[in-house]
Design a protein around this ligand. Structure first.
Ligand code: B12
Length: 378
């Protein structure tokens, strides 16, 4: 997202859109984005000298990335802080989708009908966060690409077949939740094995796309970055010889990932038993509370497996910090995560990478790093 500043013409619409999303007012939200489209400046070099169609595309891109996207990020922060319910979050997201559709409609006259190329945009199998992929698709369309937008959780085999059938120049793969990284890797390997170029993006791929690079995929922070990569090397071949995941990730040879993934059910069961022993109040939990606790423990084990997969203790530590913040915002002491981590440490004490990952996260929980200064670095 482009940084906003106080003189930015979108500051006011941003606050208005946020309020409309919070009120669940779709009509008002759509009117706000339409008005912003009509009044905002394109903010690109020599914009006023460009043909009106190009100016319209540039403003449309700004509204998508600098108005709608930040509103969605704010929805996520408000949910995390327990200021929005899950239902309100769903309402807001449905309205954001409607706002994107309004921008697509209003910018249609800017499309020339000739394309610079054809790409597929899809979410990794299991990934529900389709809205980021939709934003990427619409920006690329405005930049002249023919885009096949496949939406949420696309099974890899269908992705490869469709990319092949449409002779797409690249598959753009989106993922928000890191636990989908093994499936993302499978999609990357499968596409590349079929000669299809892959460009990955989304929060799951880690800071600076470190996990995408590990999996031999190209990575871009956002849609404009993807457009630049595609344009810089339009004929870059995707073909590689077929490979197994451990070619990219040699650490998988220690089998720690496979073992944790395969014994997930047993690990969750034992962790739940250990947590119940150390926390007798759990005996009074109702069915709903118990189900949520099981879900949380499953989530912890999934993140542990993912951190092993990409060999990144920081991935798990960041997840534990996130979980601690979510709990704290709901008046649950973050230290209640400790019994689960301790249980896993004792169950998996013979696995050095697991022990390293769990210990680093545990330390972060016990000795949280000092709060960062709010001023931006540099
Ligand atoms: C809306 C939403 C949902 C909706 C999604 C509906 C939809 N149609 O998309 C629903 C309700 C389904 C959902 C479900 C869940 N969600 Co959710 N969700 C969100 C929320 C609020 C907004 C997502 C969004 O649209 N973001 C806006 C876009 C603009 O941001 P973006 O993702 O960074 O995308 C930009 C770039 O990354 C990049 N990009 C993205 N993809 C790609 C691809 C390519 C190729 C390129 C080049 C660039 C690129 O371009 C985008 C546009 O600028 C986020 C909060 C957030 N900060 O994003 C949480 C969030 C992602 N969700 C979260 C969670 C935990 C979940 C659930 C696990 C909750 C649960 N317990 O069920 C499930 C997981 C479901 C699953 N299996 O995938 C957490 C993830 C935390 C973590 N540890 O990773 C977040 C961060 C909320 C939070 N603050 O904690 N969620």
């Amino acid at each position: 997202m482009t940084a906003a500043n106080d003189t930015d013409s979108l500051t006011e619409p941003r606050d208005q859109l946020w309020e409309a999303l919070g009120d669940g007012d779709e009509t008002r939200a759509v009117a706000i984005v339409r008005r912003a489209l009509a009044t905002a400046d394109p903010r690109q070099p020599n914009a006023v000298d460009r043909p009106p169609a190009e100016q319209l595309s540039a403003v449309g891109e700004r509204i998508l990335l600098e108005l709608i996207a930040p509103a969605q990020e704010r929805v996520g922060m408000a949910w995390a802080a327990n200021d929005l319910t899950v239902a309100q979050e769903h309402v807001a997201t449905a309205i954001s989708e409607r706002c994107i559709a309004a921008i697509v409609d209003a910018t249609a006259p800017a499309l020339t009908g000739s394309f610079v190329g054809r790409v597929l945009v899809a979410c990794v199998d299991g990934e529900w966060h389709a809205l980021p992929a939709r934003l990427v698709s619409e920006v690329l369309r405005l930049r002249g690409w023919r885009v096949d937008y496949l939406g949420a959780q696309v099974p890899t085999e269908h992705l490869v077949v469709h990319a092949d059938r449409t002779r797409a120049q690249a598959v753009l793969l989106s993922s928000s939740i890191p636990t989908h990284l093994p499936d993302a890797h499978n999609a990357i390997i499968s596409c590349q094995g079929a000669g299809i170029r892959v460009l990955a993006g989304g929060a799951a791929f880690g800071p600076q796309g470190r996990h995408a690079r590990l999996m031999q995929a190209e990575w871009a922070r956002d849609a404009p970055g993807a457009a630049t990569l595609l344009a810089r090397n339009p004929t870059r071949p995707g073909a590689r010889t077929a490979r197994l995941p451990d070619v990219d990730l040699p650490h998988l040879a220690d089998q720690e990932y496979t073992m944790v993934r395969r014994s997930k059910r047993q690990l969750v069961k034992q962790t739940l038993a250990d947590v119940a022993t150390g926390f007798p109040d759990m005996g009074r939990y109702n069915e709903y509370q118990l189900e949520r606790t099981v879900e949380d423990i499953e989530y912890i084990v999934s993140y542990l497996a993912t951190a092993l997969y990409v060999d990144d203790p920081d991935l798990f530590a960041r997840f534990i910090t996130w979980a601690a913040d979510i709990l704290a915002a709901r008046d649950v002491p973050p230290r209640c995560l400790l019994p689960a981590l301790n249980s896993l440490l004792s169950q998996l004490k013979d696995f050095p990478r697991v022990v390293g990952i769990l210990t680093a996260a545990r330390n972060r929980l016990v000795y949280p790093p000092p709060a960062q200064p709010t001023a931006s670095p540099g």
